[in-house]
Design a protein around this ligand. Structure first.
Ligand code: HEM
Length: 389
């Protein structure tokens, strides 16, 4: 084969060089020169909100909140910003964020602030895109730059958001492994994604009512949270309080790593391989905690009950780099879940409200109402026809 020479040889090497530059920019995770103002603005605002700067104090709750918000948005009818809506013409104020499964959701104010900053600069980003990038940047910041993945733009904002739909679609804290697997499979995600994404519970907090079921002496011992962990709660006089299923006032850190050293010692937590000084970091320490049965949610414990998934938990505990990579890839898939074909989408002016004018809102609500009734009536007709045949 003839060797390339002169300009012919330069072109491929130039191309290779360009590809490497793009790759380095993407891998660096920082907004690179040439990235548009959208990405820079989102990254800067998320970074400052989490870490703070000379004028703004950092908020440790906001990073975990953004990551969870993306999960809740994309799980219900795809990534369409529907979790951000305060009310819609068809659903009134009973939107996704008011669902029982949405307990503790946060990050809304930061999304509003990013939207306002972009709008002031003449940018027309959808709320769904802002959330997808904000969650990505939160993962990068909380992991100290170790988690990086690409996110594409182009999501539209949905005009429907129902609390009932959210409660029906989202897995709950007491879901069984089979239910979790089914919920993921329904969205084209596998057991590997379930194992990798659950690692997000390395950060953030949980309300007592979400895990009270794992603290009762009446439930099987294997299903309860580790006994020494419970003893540490007794020492803090928190056990009785948390056993109350309706306790939605008390919260605990998701990750035993983030409890103070005295609590960790009292609970006999083994932090081998964990950077216990890195409180609040998004890393693979969730797997160390889960394999000691020191996670709060039953849904987390359920992962240890499936053989393949248990093997993944062990692999992620022992290989931080592997989890960082798999988590990023699974987040990319999560961020790419699409709304159903034919769903009405727009670029909202404000993330909390649809753009519909009051007149069009009435027509839209009427159409949704009639469509629902039509579906019910045609369902009934099919049922009767089947009975007559
Ligand atoms: C697999 C099924 C899942 C279930 C059943 C589940 C359930 C929950 C529950 C009940 C809470 C605590 C809510 C409270 O009491 O305040 C929580 C917190 C959290 N979840 Fe999940 N989750 C799941 C998957 C995910 C996924 C896929 C992600 C993201 C990739 C995620 C990210 C988070 C984060 C970051 C928090 C802490 C939020 C904060 O502190 O503001 N979860 N989850």
């Amino acid at each position: 084969m003839a060797k390339l020479s002169g300009a012919g040889a330069v072109a491929p090497s130039l191309l290779l060089c360009c590809c490497c530059c793009v790759l380095i920019a993407v891998l660096a995770g920082q907004p690179a020169a040439g990235d548009d103002a959208f990405e820079r603005t989102v990254f800067e605002m998320v970074n400052v909100a989490i870490r703070g700067n000379a004028t703004v104090q950092g908020d440790p709750r906001v990073g975990p909140a953004l990551i969870r918000l993306l999960f809740h948005d994309c799980w219900v009818n795809g990534c369409d910003g529907s979790v951000l809506l305060d009310k819609t013409p068809a659903d009134g104020a009973r939107t996704e964020k008011t669902a029982a499964r949405s307990i503790g959701l946060g990050g809304f104010d930061l999304i509003d602030a990013i939207k306002a900053r972009l709008a002031a600069a003449g940018g027309g980003a959808s709320c769904a895109d802002i959330l997808a990038f904000a969650a990505r940047d939160a993962a990068t910041v909380l992991s100290g730059g170790r988690i990086r993945y690409a996110v594409r733009r182009g999501r539209g904002d949905g005009v429907a958001s129902s609390a009932e739909a959210a409660d029906a679609a989202l897995p709950g804290p007491v879901s069984s492994f089979a239910e979790l697997e089914e919920s993921f499979a329904a969205r084209g995600l596998g057991k590997g994604d379930l194992a990798a994404l659950s690692g997000a519970h390395a950060v953030g907090a949980c309300h007592g009512s979400s895990f009270a079921d794992r603290l009762r002496p009446s439930v099987a011992a294997a299903y309860q949270i580790n006994g020494t962990y419970q003893l540490a709660l007794v020492a803090r006089q928190k056990l009785l309080l948390l056993q109350n299923a309706s306790d939605s006032a008390t919260t605990m850190m998701n990750n035993v790593r983030d409890m103070d050293p005295a609590f960790r010692a009292a609970s006999s937590y083994s932090g081998v391989g964990v950077d216990t000084a890195a409180a609040g970091a998004l890393d693979n320490s969730y797997y160390t905690a889960n394999l000691q049965n020191m996670v709060l949610l039953k849904s987390d414990w359920e992962l240890t009950q499936d053989e393949d998934t248990l093997a993944r938990l062990v692999a992620y505990r022992d290989d931080a780099a592997r989890w960082n990579k798999d988590f990023g890839e699974a987040m990319e898939r999560l961020s790419s879940l699409r709304p159903p074909v034919g769903a009405r989408l727009e670029i909202r002016k404000t993330c909390r409200l649809t753009n519909l004018s009051p007149g069009r809102a009435v027509v839209h609500a009427l159409k949704s109402f009639l469509r629902r009734r039509y579906d019910q009536i045609s369902g009934l007709l099919k049922y009767f026809n089947a009975g007559l045949m």
